[in-house]
Design a protein around this ligand. Structure first.
Ligand code: NDP
Ligand code: 8X3
Length: 250
């Protein structure tokens, strides 16, 4: 039987690259995001090589999450792999100057959104005594850096929830893994800096950052190990990056 994967944040960056490599490897796809036009475009292109269905919802809206997942057609209901990837940083400033709307967005999307989606998918994995949940954390979930405050807190929460899922779902034979990338060149910085292209481009200048495909390749490796193997936690930097703040730029 074919493997089915559910990917949140599939419309861009790491999620989109993961959808592409999964499609090439004939994994059936449930692709999620808010931007309907991008979901439709992915359905058209990737639908030529594998079975694809899409769900448009905001992970931070609990009823949207529940309704969307409940609406999956029967042939997509058994999810083997959940990639909890949707998320972003919103703003970057000292904690005393932080925008409370940005804090709400990061905690609602990166933490509560991941929980809402997972909660809706746990039951069928538990019932089948099988499944794999991959949580996309960040180096911001391992260390706190200046002006990263609430984004770092949200990713520390993802790190904690990854461990919690591994412990609590252990008796159900469910694999759980987290991947924590350093800087990856995606739309991430455009979102963080609210469309300020100069600021977002500067994040990736002067060195070779990770590409979305690098992380997608690692995700694919992690989910294709034999079932008794669970790579639980991976931190991935570009060669030029030694820590959240130490970068060998030219
Ligand atoms: P992108 O901005 O390129 O992609 C973010 C994805 O998340 C988009 O598909 C977006 O889809 C989706 N998303 C954002 N908010 C919501 C929401 N409220 N509801 C549903 N979907 C949402 O960034 P990346 O690919 O870089 O980020 C993916 C993950 O990787 C995030 O969790 C991020 O924190 C993490 N990460 C990124 C790093 C980087 O340097 N780029 C490094 C470490 C971790 P849409 O807008 O269509 O809803
Ligand atoms: C994204 C990487 O360093 O901007 O999570 O936090 S960083």
């Amino acid at each position: 039987m074919k493997t089915t994967a559910f990917i949140t944040g599939a419309t861009s960056g790491i999620g989109k690259a993961t959808a592409e490599i999964f499609a090439k490897n004939k994994i059936r796809l449930i692709l999620c995001g808010r931007r309907a036009d991008r979901l439709e475009a992915l359905k058209q292109t990737l639908g030529e090589i594998t079975e694809v269905t899409t769900l448009q919802f905001d992970v931070s809206k609990r009823s949207e999450v529940e309704n969307a997942i409940a609406s999956l057609p029967d042939n997509f209901k058994n999810i083997d792999i959940l990639i909890n990837n949707a998320g972003n940083a919103h703003g970057m400033s000292s904690i005393q100057e932080g925008d409370i709307d940005d804090w709400d967005a990061m905690l609602d999307i990166n933490v509560k959104g991941l929980l809402y989606v997972s909660k809706a998918i746990f039951p069928q994995m538990i019932a089948r005594n099988s499944g794999f949940i991959v949580n996309i954390g960040s180096i911001a979930g391992k260390e706190v850096y200046p002006n990263g405050n609430v984004y770092c807190a949200s990713k520390h929460a993802v790190n904690a929830l990854n461990k919690a899922m591994r412990i609590d779902l252990n008796k159900y034979n469910i694999r759980v893994a987290a991947i924590h990338p350093g800087a990856v060149e995606t739309e991430f910085s455009k979102v963080r800096f609210k469309g300020d292209i100069e600021k977002s481009d500067a994040v990736y200048k002067g060195y070779k950052p990770l590409q979305a495909e690098d992380i997608a390749d690692i995700i694919h490796f992690v989910v294709t190990r034999p079932y008794h193997v669970n790579i639980e936690d991976l931190v991935v930097y570009s060669t030029a990056q030694a820590s959240p703040t130490i970068m060998n730029k030219n």
